[in-house]
Design a protein around this ligand. Sequence first.
Ligand SMILES: Cc1ncc(COP(=O)(O)O)c(C=O)c1O
Length: 413
Amino acid sequence: MNSNSLSRRHFLQASGTAAIWAPSSVMAYTSAEMQAFYASGEMSVNVSKWELDTPALCVDLDLLEANLDKMAQTMSSNGIASRPHAKTHKTPIIAQMQMDRGSVGICTAKVSEAEAMFQNGIDRILNTTGNVTPTKINRAMDLRALCPGFIQATDAPENARLLSAAAVAKGLVADVVVDVDPGIRRTGIPFGQPALQLAQLVDQLPGLRLMGMLCYDAAAQHVVGFETRKAQTLERMTAATDTFELMQASGLNTEIFSGGGTGTYNIDHGTRGMTDVQVGSYVFMDAQYIGIGGETDREVYSDFHTSLTIMATVLNAQHAGRATSDAGAKACTINQPWPIIKGESGMHYRSGSDEFGTIIYEDDPSRNYKVGDKLELIVSHCDPVVNLYDQMYAIRNDRVEAVWPISARGMSA
Ligand SMILES: Cc1ncc(COP(=O)(O)O)c(C=O)c1O
């Protein structure tokens, strides 16, 4: 945590962008008004992000596009594909931007998330979480019936049999990957023979077609220090490669070996056999990722920009050394490290209270916030923050350019 706060301070000093305080008299456009402007093509109303009713979730388009471009370029020079995880943004418009930059498909975490993506035009989807109840297995197979580009993960023989039976009942042969545990014992079947035998079973079941495997090392992504992260990732993924090669040697279909994330995106091409990287957070970044350090900038993970922010308003400034905002846990979550006030140093933000955020000045007791002042917060952890909002404002040069529905928001089942 110590090195994290050091890194965050460094980041704040390096970020250089001053916070802007809009006068408390500015209009606060509500989400309903903004949606109506956007639907009627009236975005010429030229609304600044500082004029939005708050809390408001904003994505900076220049920064988002730079992140998407950087990932696409890195993948292309490293000779590996991306299959970005849509659990981060839950927003079909962003999924389409990723596909337009050459991603081979997207990943989803839940069948409901996959349905929302498909209903909004995304038709190459790998659902990385297994479905174990009859309800979800049927939903996944119903989606497969509509979407030939849908692939489902499985990590147990009994689950594979249930998937196959549901597929056969619907007259389908469904594409499946075997989820292999990288050693963190969360999801997935153990490496080696158990994984191979599951792959062989999938290959033989009448309702399934084996596509390969996935192996996502969640524990590797936030390892602090690039060299440590790289060494740990490559070492742990050796067993995944061995398993993949066992499948190949058995003559199984091994089109897909998917894994990796934002913390290892420039390491994963070193894992022999890996075909694509399931990067998620790189689109937005967050306070959790900033502190892990990158290959060139060892202290701050500055490979990607922090494009996602929350606009907040000061509600109370009567007490020395602190102020209260309208963005608490219901706007920011209670994930830590806490949100960072963009462009500000010498102060801390805490969002532990349901409706209220607390701004505590450390080095600058003269800081003089007024009721109605606006703040911009870099999010603590992007995925759960996005899931709190129905839409995000797409911002360019501080102006709202579009209002994007977060169509898979709340799709946690
Ligand atoms: C299975 C899987 N793949 C990929 C990702 C994306 O990881 P990141 O946001 O670190 O890029 C996640 C995130 O939790 C995940 O659960």
